[in-house]
Structure formats: C-alpha cells, structure tokens
Design a protein around this ligand. Structure first.
Ligand SMILES: Cc1cc2nc3c(=O)[nH]c(=O)nc-3n(C[C@H](O)[C@H](O)[C@H](O)COP(=O)(O)O)c2cc1C
Length: 261
C-alpha cells in the first residue's frame, strides 16, 4: 500500500515514533511518504498552555461528570495556528493516511489546522499515533486526544481505523512525577512499562500498523477510548503514593551520589 505519514513533533519524541512506525510498515512491503507538519512560529513554552485555557476548567468538570465531558469534547473549538506550506496538500493518491502528534492537552493547534486544510480526505482510512507523558488513561489521555481527532476526520469524510498512544516519559513542564503517580495508581505499573520501547509499546505499535492496513475498525463507533470507572480505591492510592515517593527519593540519592563523585 501507498501510505502517507504526516507528523508534528515539538521536542522530537513523536518524530522518533514516526520512524519506528515507518520502519514497521516498510518491512511489511508498503511504501511510505512523509509530511513534516511545522508551525510558522514555534510557540514559547507557556503560550501553548494559554491557547487552551478553557480546556483546564472543563477538564476538572469532566472528571466530575462524564456527560459534561462528552459535551465538551464534542463542542470545544480547538484554536489553530498557521502552518508552513505542505509537500502533500492533497492526499487522495494514498491508500492510508497516518497522523502523528504529541498530546498537547487535546489535539495540538497545529494538527487542528492541518486537518482543516488537508484535501482529498474523503473515504480515507486514517491511523492516529501519539506520544504523551502519561500512562494510557482512558479518561484523560486516550479520550481527550482521539475522540476530537475522530470527530474531525469524520466531518471531513474520513474514518479513524487505528490508534496508538505511548509514553515518551517526558514533559516540558517538569511534571512527570504526576504521570508516574497516575501510572502506579491506575495500573500498578511504573510509567516505563508504557514507553515507546517497552513490550507494551512494541506490541501496540504492531497492532496499530496491522489495524491501519486492515482498515476494518471504526474507532469512533467502537468508542475505543471510553472511560472505565474501575478506580483503585484507598489501598491503591496509598500504594501508588508510597511507590512514587520512594522512587523520587531514590532518584534524589542517585543524583546526589553522582554529583559527589
Ligand atoms: C502544552 C503541552 C500540553 C501537554 N499535555 C499533555 C497531556 O495532556 N498529557 C500528557 O500525557 N502529556 C502532555 N504533554 C506532554 C507531551 O505530550 C509529551 O512530552 C510528548 O511526548 C511530546 O512529544 P514531542 O517531543 O513529539 O513534541 C503536553 C506537552 C505540552 C507542551
């Protein structure tokens, strides 16, 4: 098959995953072209957060009410930023389209513009892969990125058939400890278990490519992101807190030890 991989990467992690996915597809005998999506002006650190200011209040409300979350994700207008001219502005000649981006609270503003201006999307089967800092929390990471992406593709006549979200174990705002905590809390596993190079990462990368090629799934229809309420309870919270704190202290010791030698 003839596949276009269009990707946006602010700090290089999604670009790394892009190459791994391309490698996997090429090794299966497919042809891959790339589109590097770039903003005209690269945002400084804080303005990106400011652009999506309304999201943060909605996030809190969405935790309390799933109904509200659904309403919000359906109606929230993601701001756009100008992007550089595309090498492949029309994708009608491709059998499959693959879009890659980081999760930037929701679909990045760069991708919002890309999806709106892209030509030839009608009847296309699309895969969306992402790197993010956290574990694959359905309510937060998975649903907040892939549900708006599926909606937008549907509006353009395309179908989301495959999704992949892996942790880069990196967050520009130095808040990885929060994601480490949630990984322990929800999955009782360290965040490393969900990274690009973990067994989970390798298995899901393969699944992503297989589903993209088969093109049979309808992610929007199957609600692959749907929230589950099986919370960990107080013992889970206590264990996760203890493990995260221990890991933090261990890191301090390692760093202090290194500085001494
Ligand atoms: C503005 C902004 C918002 C982000 N929001 C999230 C988030 O909601 N969840 C998450 O797990 N990571 C979040 N991240 C972290 C990135 O998704 C993560 O670092 C990603 O791997 C970066 O990919 P890149 O190197 O390709 O840009 C955010 C980063 C930025 C800059």
């Amino acid at each position: 098959m003839n596949i276009l991989i269009a990707y946006y990467s602010r700090s290089g992690h999604t670009a790394e995953l892009t190459l791994l996915i391309a490698e996997a597809l090429v090794s299966e005998g497919h042809t891959v072209d790339f589109e590097k999506i770039e903003p005209v002006e690269v945002d400084k650190r804080w303005p990106i957060l400011w652009r999506t200011q309304w999201y943060w209040g909605a996030l809190a409300l969405g935790i309390v009410s799933n109904k509200y979350q659904q309403y919000f994700l359906e109606n929230y207008k993601i701001p756009e930023v100008d992007i550089k001219p595309l090498v492949h502005p029309d994708v009608s000649k491709y059998d499959r389209i693959c879009i890659g981006s980081p999760k930037q609270t929701i679909v990045p503003c760069v991708i919002e513009r890309y999806l709106r201006q892209l030509e030839g999307l009608k009847d296309k089967k699309v895969g969306y892969f992402a790197t993010w800092a956290g574990p694959p929390l359905k309510h937060f990471e998975v649903e907040h990125l892939f549900r708006p992406a599926a909606d937008r593709l549907e509006r353009r006549g395309a179908k989301l058939v495959s999704i992949l979200g892996l942790s880069s174990i990196y967050h520009e705002y130095c808040i990885m400890f929060i994601f480490r905590f949630f990984s322990r809390l929800r999955f009782s596993l360290p965040i490393e278990e969900f990274s690009v190079y973990s067994e989970y990462g390798k298995k899901n990368k393969k699944l992503f490519c297989d589903e993209l090629i088969r093109g049979e799934l309808d992610i929007k229809e199957s609600k692959g992101w749907k929230r589950s309420f099986d919370g960990p309870g107080i013992p889970g919270v206590a264990t996760a807190s203890a493990m995260t704190t221990l890991q933090f202290v261990r890191r301090l010791f390692v760093r202090y030890g290194k500085n001494k030698t």
